[in-house]
Write a protein that binds this ligand. Structure first.
Ligand code: FAD
Length: 403
């Protein structure tokens, strides 16, 4: 069995890397070390939705209750609306068993909860991995600060620009979606009086606005997506003037409530929306990828970090089955076999969801858009929200044993 003496290095201390450290400890008894390039754990001052499929994982890791306390469970289902405020359909927001609901989380709260669940000695800040070297037995990581460390296994949780991806023999390119998002939060007390305090997606012609509650409904997250080539000309994100959103949303007719909502925004920043093409492998020997390093997706299904949580519990489950460090490559192959298809479907589906919300491609026909969104709701509940990553891994193990 692997355990305390197994040396596992996790590159990247974002939401995925920290969750991996927690899962490895809790499920496989492995105390991994997390290496983060920044000098502190940082997350953007915006929201993220924990979907029921991820809540199921967090519950098993003992993290659900603190997330529920810090976040906001919407009061009932959200809505998809057209630009003039006509209801297209209600949104899926809980699993079929009604056990787990969406939770709107303020990202800094989420990272705080994760950091608190990791032994401080297992986190090394200011360690930027520069290159990964495969040894006869194990892996060596070279850091930009001149240090190097050897491990029995390395997990790349280093995001879209992953260095570890290269060591797995996968391409490092990323794709720009042609869209950027203005993101931030609005204090609930600043919301227009007639603003419906539920999750909402307003769909226009090549742009959309999404909002949902955070922090026990004290804050409201917003994501306003618009077409732009700005991220191709320099940095991928930065602070922005609120007037930019007003200008962007004055280019077509919207229900006046949308303009009043945007007028309540006091601060914003922009973020280019990139993803990667689905990879053909996530592991090579004792090196594996996880989270955005493995499957960056555009955010329109709110599944990026939720998939990272599913990755974590699956990876930890297969590592738990390993009898010695020699079994780690097989554990990583099994993890990859179980996870890749699921994440790929969501990568592709996220692009499609963006086209729907922005009425692009085949969805310029808004009748088709509305029908697809309405019929997609039940599919989303069954295929995405009801998914039990641990159960899928357990079933797969039985099949692997028969091979
Ligand atoms: C607008 C928007 C809205 C979104 N909404 C949702 C949502 O509602 N639900 C959802 O599930 N997902 C959502 N996502 C996606 C989600 O944010 C990402 O999938 C998630 O943050 C990925 O986490 P990660 O830890 O894998 O990668 P990252 O967050 O990119 O973290 C990688 C970490 O690795 C560190 N790092 C990078 N390179 C190195 C290196 N060489 N050495 C050491 N450290 C390194 C970085 O500093 C960082 O801390 C959204 C994304 C966007 C842009």
């Amino acid at each position: 069995m692997l355990g305390k003496s197994t040396r596992v290095g996790i590159i990247g201390g974002g939401l995925g890397g920290l969750s991996a450290a927690i899962a490895l400890k809790k499920i496989a008894g492995i105390q991994a070390t997390v290496f983060e390039q920044s000098h502190k754990h940082d997350e953007v001052g915006a929201g993220v939705t924990i979907a029921p499929n991820a809540s199921r994982v967090l519950d098993k890791l003992g993290l659900l209750e603190p997330m529920q306390r810090a976040g906001a469970i919407p009061d009932g289902s959200g809505v998809y609306l057209d630009a003039m405020g006509n209801l297209v359909t209600e949104a899926a927001w809980e699993d079929t068993a009604k056990q787990y609901q969406n939770i709107g989380m303020y990202r800094p709260d989420m990272i705080d909860i994760l950091v608190q669940a990791v032994d401080p000695e297992a986190i090394r800040l200011h360690h930027r991995a520069k290159s990964i070297e495969m040894l006869d037995a194990g892996v060596r990581v070279h850091f930009e600060n001149g240090k190097q460390e050897d491990f029995d296994a390395v997990i790349g949780a280093d995001g879209i620009r992953s260095v570890v991806r290269k060591a797995v023999g996968q391409p490092t390119q990323f794709a720009y979606s042609g869209f950027m998002a203005y993101r931030g939060v609005i204090d609930a007390s600043d919301l227009p009086r007639d603003w419906n305090r539920i999750s909402q997606t307003w769909m226009g012609n090549d742009r959309h606005l999404m909002t949902y509650p955070l922090q026990q409904h004290k804050l409201y997250n917003y994501v306003a997506c618009v077409p732009s080539d700005r991220p191709l000309k320099g940095p991928w994100s930065g602070p922005a003037d609120v007037d930019e959103i007003k200008t962007e949303f004055s280019r077509q007719a919207w229900d006046p409530r949308v303009h009043r909502f945007i007028s309540a925004i006091k601060e914003t920043f922009w973020w280019g929306l990139f993803d990667i093409e689905p990879l053909t492998n996530w592991s090579r020997g004792p090196i594996a990828l996880l989270g955005d390093a493995a499957h960056t997706m555009v955010p329109h299904q709110g599944q990026g970090v939720n998939q990272a949580f599913e990755d974590c519990i699956t990876l930890a489950f297969f590592l738990k089955q390993a009898n010695s460090v020699r079994d780690i490559p097989e554990a990583f192959r099994r993890y990859t076999a179980v996870r890749m298809q699921r994440a790929t479907i969501l990568q592709v589906g996220s692009r499609r969801a963006g086209a729907m919300f922005d009425s692009q491609l085949q969805f310029t026909n808004t009748k088709k858009r509305d029908l697809d969104i309405a019929s997609g709701r039940d599919f989303r509940r069954a295929a995405v929200f009801d998914y039990d990553a641990l159960k899928v891994a357990e079933n797969a193990l039985e099949r692997f044993k028969r091979l």
